[in-house]
Write a protein of this length. Sequence first.
Length: 249
Amino acid sequence: MVSFLFITDLDNTLVGDDRALETLNQKLDRHRSEYGTKVVYATGRSRLLYKQLAQEKSLLPPDALITSVGTEIYFNPTDEKADPQWMQILSQGWDRDEVCAIAGHFADLVLQPSYEQNSFKVSYYLSEQAAIEVLPRLESTLSKNGLQAKIVYSGGRDLDVLPRQGDKGLAVQFLRQKLEIVAQQTVVCGDSGNDIALLQGEERGIIVGNARPELRQWYQQNQTDYRYFAQTHYANGILEGLQYFNFLE
Ligand code: GLC
Ligand code: MG
């Protein structure tokens, strides 16, 4: 057994089945102390909502933390401030006010609470039905206005507008390079739309069996030998995938 970099989404990926979470935690914790494996969470939640979840569920203390759909990276999870170098990268070509002004014209977009907004993330609720028509229209209006923004729709409910350089996947690339860990020794796990970027690289990818349709569909079109679609759900699916890739016994 050798050390690896374990990166997982939280809601409906790591978290969803408390007993399975307990089993996986034990194995990962042992692996971390024996081999120096690193545990990183990559969540759509703000740091505030992450802290809330960490109080409700038994989560291993992570070695690093990526929050707000990749717009914040904490190399030390107890740091109060997110990595400034990453923010500098995100700020290139990003005009938040302009993004808000344009999105404001779309009546179907309902702003999420203020604690889920940050300088590099504008988030809305959008119904699945309205999304079919609104997503392409929003995308083309943003680009017609010369805005280099990225739109990410997850779980049939959440719409995030992010800087061009910002998403969970690009945050992982940045983190992985800082930690000097190769893609082959890195595992990423997810269940929904905002995890597509996470799974897009050459890291070993695990999609849990309960994945949302948007991620299933993406997987259908992007199958490779380093992506694994688990049969089981939540933390059980992660464990199944880690065993498939021989990271855990
Ligand atoms: C989390 C965040 C929310 C975001 C969603 C999808 O639920 O709290 O702001 O829109 O993830 O990325
Ligand atoms: Mg999720």
